[in-house]
Design a protein around this ligand. Structure first.
Ligand SMILES: CC(C)(COP(=O)(O)OP(=O)(O)OC[C@H]1O[C@@H](n2cnc3c(N)ncnc32)[C@H](O)[C@@H]1OP(=O)(O)O)[C@@H](O)C(=O)NCCC(=O)NCCS
Length: 346
């Protein structure tokens, strides 16, 4: 869905969206979070050259799991055929994948597991409120995944710092997104509430503090970082962070123009794009940082291994949606009283 498509639904335009956020388009999925996560998982396993039954753990980082009970990670685990793997969902909003990578890495380091698949997948389009032009343009659906495994080499996530800003839960909130006694009485209309400027400031501050902490722990300075792969929520947040860290934009991976904010999927998607574009080199020191509802924050230092090419490619795929984005979203638009009939394919 391009910004021009968006302008057919809400009172906005490409110039405003791009200049305020760096976003040009976003993708909405016709399949569930579990299906997207499964496909990302299949591709990550192929790239790593390992089979699903070698996995000890599958973590799904997501704010939009398709089912809470049983969890959505178990849907993915079963579909992959990861017979001996444990499976859990982890929700810390946009930081879910980074929190998950840290949890899995610590389990590998402790020796309790050897191989893990860490997925970030979101179908956040189902929570878009088309009466709120200030937030609906910001988000998109997507999925990304990595495989980590035990190694004698000092590679992978070397250090991570996670935090949660006190008393900031109301800044970004989706009321009724979960179970409470409200479901006996209210309709389950979900709508994302947020205070953009408050989040903007907290995000820059929170990520800067976590970055300072991981650099300190590894005895590094910003000059030692070869590539920075941050959460993709707004290019202006990334620019503000770069300025605060005195870090050159040329060394930062930015792909928000293509995907918008895909929440837990944003960093693994950006990492995959950086690999595909040849920006990741063997042995590189990569910085990552994220923030999300909570407000949760985090940063990590990743030492890349020797290989930057996938060992194999998966031929797994999902049947494409037959229709336009307006066909896909027609029920959602109708729910908010948006007259999009004239945009539907006949
Ligand atoms: C949302 C965000 C892009 C807004 O940018 P901003 O520079 O703070 O813009 P403002 O909220 O001040 O809005 C400025 C004006 O644009 C208008 N506006 C809001 N949405 C608009 C849209 N989609 N199209 C056109 N105009 C819009 C506002 O009504 C306001 O008009 P006014 O000045 O006449 O009152 C920015 O605050 C942001 O990215 N925040 C954090 C994002 C976030 O929370 N991400 C999720 C967390 S992971």
């Amino acid at each position: 869905m391009t910004n021009d498509d968006m302008a057919k639904i809400v009172d906005t335009n490409d110039e405003w969206i791009f200049s305020r956020s760096g976003i040009r388009q976003r993708h909405y999925s016709h399949v569930t979070t579990g299906e997207m996560g499964w496909l990302a998982g299949e591709r990550a396993l192929a790239a790593a050259g390992i089979s699903a039954d070698e996995l000890d753990l599958v973590i799904l980082g997501s704010t939009t799991p398709e089912e809470y009970c049983p969890n959505t990670a178990s849907i993915i685990k079963n579909k992959l055929g990861a017979t001996k793997a444990a499976a859990f969902d982890l929700n810390s909003a946009c930081t879910s994948w980074l929190y998950g990578l840290n949890a899995a890495t610590d389990m590998v380091k402790s020796g309790s597991i050897k191989k893990a698949l860490v997925i970030g997948a979101e179908r956040i389009s189902v929570a878009m409120d088309w009466s709120k032009r200030e937030s609906c343009f910001l988000f998109g659906d997507g999925a990304g995944a990595v495989v980590i495994e035990a190694s004698e080499e000092k590679t992978g996530l070397l250090s991570a710092h996670m935090s949660c800003v006190p008393d900031s839960r109301e800044c970004l909130h989706i009321p009724k997104w979960g179970l409470s006694t409200m479901h006996w009485t209210d309709d389950l209309h979900v709508s994302l509430n947020f205070e953009g400027q408050e989040i903007f400031k907290s995000a820059v501050k929170g990520m800067s503090e976590s970055i300072a902490e991981v650099l300190r722990r590894e005895g590094l300075t910003a000059d030692d970082i070869d590539l920075f792969v941050p959460h993709q929520a707004n290019v202006r947040i990334i620019q503000a962070l770069a300025k605060r860290l005195n870090f050159p934009m040329e060394k930062i991976m930015v792909c928000i123009d293509k995907y918008a904010n895909t929440s837990a999927a944003a960093i693994p998607l950006a990492l995959c794009d950086a690999l595909a574009e040849g920006r990741v080199k063997p042995g590189m020191t990569i910085l990552t940082a994220s923030f999300g509802a909570g407000l949760t924050c985090g940063a990590g230092i990743i030492r890349w291994g020797d290989r930057v090419e996938p060992l194999q490619h998966s031929d797994a795929d999902i049947a494409p949606f037959e229709g336009t984005v307006f066909d896909l979203m027609k029920d959602s638009f109708a729910y908010y009283g948006v007259d999009a009939e004239h945009l539907l394919s006949k």
